[in-house]
Write a new protein. Structure first.
Length: 424
């Protein structure tokens, strides 16, 4: 086991409080289980502080890695373990050992709940939900519309349930925030019987982030969520936009799956659906091959070979034309969605940028907003260039619509929602 430097300073932990004062169990373990990874954070909801975080990656391979960072008392040294972790049960057992070594074991009476990120909740799950056998069965029933994500989420849930069967386990769904979308936005214009038979409609994803960021944006404007209309641009490796009216989502760019909408790191976003059957016919590609093409080999990576915006900017600065094209396609799509959601909302109070690209890539924000002055949108070059972990406004004072950078915190939101549910 080696020790390396941990992640950048944590806002919540920096405000660490007197935890001894808390009486009722107030800790929530947040689990985000992917097919070959588990990310986790332990939070104390008496004040929202973070006690530990980490991830296990390459589960099922010889080269698995666990990186665990305790955050108690300002400690930030990351501990790493290398070596095969055969499955999710072994991964969670290793996480439990690391937490126990810091006096934060999963058997602690201070643990109030385990909150699980679940990608697809269909139409049924509009709220965070305490997991029982029936909820598990429904998440399982949704596997056909979320074949990559829900099985991995289920693995994490079942493993955690076996570890602490007495503890409330809460599912927080990526789709839940978008269930308020009106039919006009959620329906695809295809045959209704076929659509309904196969549950084909627009569900949207990243909902936990859109919910958190739209609320934080209202706070930044000094208003209640009910008072403001916000366009949220979640630009990470996956990317999605949402139109939020008075705290409720009325449209979002991802659809049946996370493939629709914006140009992403490796996903195409919107394409003419005919591209798929055209490729089947003229390139003799299978459905699986096209699935891989559009999800893994498209977007920025398909356009220029890189999906990291930092690298793309470096290449552009060095005069690379493919990188410049990728950037232009990315920004053009983003701008189209800002315009579309402006029209959907009618009145916009703020456009909020979030996630890896949205929070860090000033050139993306500038390029997406430039030219929209007639819509009341503008970016102040000086404010936009400032680097900060805090929510901030980067538009000039005269602009009618605020342009904001609002760091997302999906783990805090999952912990909040889980805790609110179990603590009544
Ligand atoms: P996800 O959670 O979807 O994996 P993140 O929200 O962490 O993604 O975003 C990851 C992406 O953010 C990276 O692929 C990179 O393109 C972008 N990114 C991160 N830091 C910076 C930065 N300083 N400047 C520009 N882009 C950045």
């Amino acid at each position: 086991m080696s020790t390396t430097t941990g992640p950048s300073p944590d806002r919540a932990a920096a405000e660490a409080p007197d935890r001894a004062a808390a009486e009722a169990p107030s800790r929530v373990l947040v689990l985000n289980s992917g097919s070959s990874s588990v990310k986790y954070q332990l939070l104390d909801m008496s004040d929202g502080s973070r006690l530990a975080l980490g991830l296990v990656e390459r589960i099922g391979e010889e080269t698995s890695r666990l990186a665990h960072t305790p955050l108690l008392d300002g400690g930030r040294a990351t501990r790493e373990r290398f070596g095969p972790v055969p499955d999710h049960a072994a991964a969670l057992k290793a996480v439990a050992e690391e937490l126990a070594a810091d006096g934060l074991g999963l058997d602690s009476p201070e643990l109030a709940a385990i909150g699980h990120r679940v990608v697809h909740g269909g139409l049924r799950f509009t709220e965070p939900t305490v997991i029982d056998d029936e909820v598990l069965a429904e998440i399982e029933r949704l596997v056909p519309v979320a074949p990559l994500h829900n099985p991995a989420n289920l693995l994490g849930i079942r493993t955690a349930m076996a570890l602490r069967p007495d503890l409330p386990q809460v599912a927080v769904f990526d789709t839940a925030f978008h269930t308020t979308m009106p039919e006009a936005a959620a329906r695809y214009a295809i045959d209704v019987e076929t659509a309904d038979a196969h549950r084909i409609r627009r569900y949207g994803f990243h909902g936990t982030s859109h919910a958190y960021v739209s609320r934080e944006t209202a706070k930044l404007l000094g208003k209640e969520p009910e008072e403001v209309n916000v366009i949220v641009l979640h630009l990470g490796n996956g990317a999605s936009a949402s139109a939020v009216r008075g705290g409720r989502c009325v449209d979002t760019s991802m659809g049946l799956t996370p493939l629709e909408g914006l140009v992403m790191g490796t996903r195409s976003g919107d394409v003419d659906p005919a591209v798929t059957f055209h490729l089947m016919r003229v390139a003799d590609m299978s459905a699986d091959e096209i699935d891989t093409l559009l999800n893994k080999k498209s977007g920025l990576v398909g356009l220029c070979g890189d999906n990291d915006m930092r690298e793309i900017r470096r290449r552009i600065d060095a005069g690379d034309e493919r990188a410049a094209l990728a950037f232009d396609v990315y920004v053009h799509r983003l701008k189209k969605y800002i315009g579309a959601y402006y029209a959907v909302l009618g009145r916009v109070d703020a456009v909020a940028f979030t996630a890896g690209v949205g929070e860090n890539a000033a050139p993306v924000r500038e390029a997406a907003i430039t030219g929209l002055e007639e819509l009341g949108l503008a970016v102040d070059a000086g404010l936009n260039a400032v680097r900060s972990d805090e929510p901030r406004i980067v538009s000039p004072e005269y602009a009618r619509v605020a342009v904001a950078v609002v760091p997302t915190d999906e783990e805090l939101e999952i912990a909040r929602q889980s805790y609110a549910l179990v603590s009544g």
